[in-house]
Ligand binder design. Sequence first.
Ligand SMILES: Cc1ncc(COP(=O)(O)O)c(C=O)c1O
Length: 444
Amino acid sequence: MTVHRLRPRQESADRARPALNGAPPTDARTAEPTGAPDVPFAVTWISPEARRAAQDVLASGWVTTGHQTELFESEFAAHVEAEHAIAVSSCTAALELALRALRLPAGGAVLVPAVTFCGAAHAILHAGLRPVLVDVDPRTATPTPATVARAVVACGDPQAMMVLHYAGAPAPVAELAEAAGLPLTHVVEDAAHALGTSVGDRSVGSLSRATCFSFYATKNLPIGEGGMVTTDDAELAVRIRRARLHGMSADAWRRTLPGGRWQYTVEEAGLKANMTDVQAAIGRAQLRHFDDWQRRRHALAAQYETRLAAVPGIEPLDVPTLGRHARHLYVVRVLEEYATGRGELVDRLAGHGIGTSVHFIPLHHMPYFRRTALMPLGGLPGADALFPQLLSLPLHPLLTEQAVDRVCAELARLTPRRAAAARKQVSRPARPRSVMVHPYSEGP
Ligand SMILES: Cc1ncc(COP(=O)(O)O)c(C=O)c1O
C-alpha cells in the first residue's frame, strides 16, 4: 500500500515561501483549498530551473530521446561513480531490462525481498524469470545472510538476486550475494530509494552488475516518472541501451545525426522504455539541487530521531550495514506497546492533517505473487511480523521543522504515557539506533 497523501498540484507548493539559492520553499504547511493534508506525506518539487529546461526542450523541436538524454546519462553516471548510465522510462523497466540483459535461463529463480514494491516482482516475471521471496529482519526490513540461505534452500539454485536498499538504507550487497552463492555479476540492485546511498564508502551505482534508480514523483530526485540503469559493464550497457527501444540497432536521434543512416535492424526482443528529452532536461536541472535536498532530508531525519526517542512504542528502523543512508523514507515500527495499531494510527494522523504511507505490503500477501513466486519452507515470519507495524512518516525537502514537531507531538499524544514510558525505560537500553557513517554534520 503505497497510498501516499501527496500535495496535489505544483501551484500549491509555489505559493509557499521560496528559500535562498533556488532551494525549495521551506513552508510546507500552506493551507490547501482541496482538503489535502496540511502535512503531506510527500511533495513533488520541480524547481524553476527544471521547469524552464522542460520548456526549452518543448520549444526546441526535439522532445523524445536525444541530446538531453545523453547529457543526463553522463552527468548521472558521474554522480554515482559508474562507467555507464542508460536512461529509461521507470525503475520497473530498468529492473526488467537489467535482468533480461543478464541472459539467464528461462524460468530461472531470482531472489527478491518479500517486503518490496510489487513492480520489482513484476520486472522479474516479465523478464521470464521466477521470483523467490526472501524474508526480512523486522528490525531493518532487509534480508540477512540467514534469510537468503533459507530462500536458496527453497529454490535450489538461484540464477540471480535483487538487492533492495530499503528506504535508502545501505544493504550489505556483497554479504547477501555470498549467502546466495552468487557472484556480484548476478546481482541487480533495486536503488529506487537509494540515490545518495553508500555501502561503506562506495556510492550505490556500481557495486553490482547493474543498479536501477527511480525518478518517480516522490523519489529523492523527482522528475515525475523515469528511471536509470548504471553499470561498469560496457557490453551490458550496449544490450540495455538497445533493448530499451524495441531492440533497434540505432535510435531515431542517432539516425538523424550527421552521418547517420535510415537503416536499422532488430536482433532480439526489446521494450518501449526510453526516456524523453523533456524528462532528461528536468532530471539534469533537478540533479543540481540534489545535495541541498539531501542535506535537508538528513536534518529532518535527525530531528525525527531525537523527538521519537521520547515516544514509547514508536521505533525507527535499524540500518543493516555501514554506509550513508539516502533518507528517502522515514519508516517507523508501531510496536505492540503503542496506544493503537498501525491502521488506526494512519487514520488518526490523517484526521489531524498528517499524510503517511506504508512501504510495503509484502508480496506474498497478494494473490498474484502467491501464485507466481516461490516461498521458503516455513513462510516469511519476519515480513509477517513487520508488516502490521510499518509506517512511513512525512519526509521531503519541503517539510518544515515545525511540521516534524507536529507529527511527533501527535504520535506522543496518543501514547498511554506512564505505563508505556516505564516499559520504554526497561526495553530501550542506550544503544546506537544505527551504524551509519553520516555525510552531514546534522545527520542523526
Ligand atoms: C523499492 C521500489 N522498487 C521499484 C520501484 C519502481 O519504480 P518506478 O515507479 O520508477 O517504476 C519503486 C517505486 O516506488 C520502489 O519503491
